[in-house]
Design a protein around this ligand. Structure first.
Ligand SMILES: C[S@@+](CC[C@H](N)C(=O)[O-])C[C@H]1O[C@@H](n2cnc3c(N)ncnc32)[C@H](O)[C@@H]1O
Length: 225
């Protein structure tokens, strides 16, 4: 795995960040926010499940677009309380890079200023728009097993398994399973067979459902009681 400490970026169409370390874009070139909503919010059934104290965890914080989409949904639901959002990130982007990437998503950009201000100040744990956000910096293979975490829903959002195999290894998927509450769920855009097998071995009941846009399938899972 590359070991630079920060994201090393190219830009496609001026706004889509592409990782030089992994040679892969951070989100779908079609419509990243719509894909996030389909894969991670709907894939974890969050519209019916989000409530005070609910805990979302994520592999790959990137720009924070998934976090912003969660904040938008939580605001739309109008429920009281705080949702916890813990994300794992080895190569953090810098605030101006995140700000540039979010220009492609006016809805997310419209609420992002307090997040960007805190991120620019170096905060990696902060309150934002009804979320309590913690971004754990470092290789998730080391940092996740060290966390005392029982998430209700997981966003598995590494770069593609072919380009970022570290973030999809059977060992890490086992750590995800161990860090999931009973009846907790996971969702990911990939339908790669080895990822589905690893998640099954990690204790999830796995289902393949229609993917976003041109992707035929994606994967969701539930940890049974
Ligand atoms: C597809 S991007 C995530 C996009 C992000 N969820 C968003 O909303 O912008 C994948 C992320 O995984 C991170 N990553 C890759 N390998 C990692 C590792 N071993 N541990 C932690 N993060 C890793 C990358 O730096 C990148 O930010």
């Amino acid at each position: 795995m590359p070991n630079d400490q920060h994201a090393n970026l190219d830009w496609r169409d001026e706004v889509i960040p592409v990782s030089r370390q992994f040679d892969d874009p951070y989100f779908s070139l079609d419509n990243g926010l719509a894909e996030t909503r389909h894969v991670f919010l709907d894939g974890n059934d969050l519209r019916t499940r989000l409530q005070d104290g609910f805990h979302i965890a994520e592999l790959g914080f990137g720009t924070g677009l998934n976090m912003l989409a969660t904040a938008l949904l939580w605001a739309e639901m109008g429920a009281p309380g705080t949702v916890h959002f813990t994300s794992f990130e080895a190569f953090p982007m810098q605030a101006p890079e995140i700000e540039r990437a979010l220009r492609a998503f006016p809805e997310a950009q419209a609420i992002a200023a307090p997040y960007l201000d805190q991120w620019a100040s170096g905060a990696r744990e902060f309150d934002f728009a009804g979320l309590h956000v913690t971004v754990v910096i470092g290789d998730a293979r080391d940092t996740l097993p060290a966390q005392n975490l029982q998430a209700d829903a997981w966003f598995l959002d590494g770069f593609s398994p072919a380009k970022n195999p570290e973030l999809w290894s059977p060992e890490l998927m086992a750590a995800v399973g161990a860090a999931t509450a009973t009846n907790g769920t996971c969702a990911t855009y990939t339908a790669a067979g080895h990822v589905r097998r690893s998640l099954t071995d990690a204790g999830f009941e796995i289902t393949r459902i229609p993917g976003f846009g041109r992707k035929r399938h994606m994967t969701v899972g539930k940890k049974p009681a």
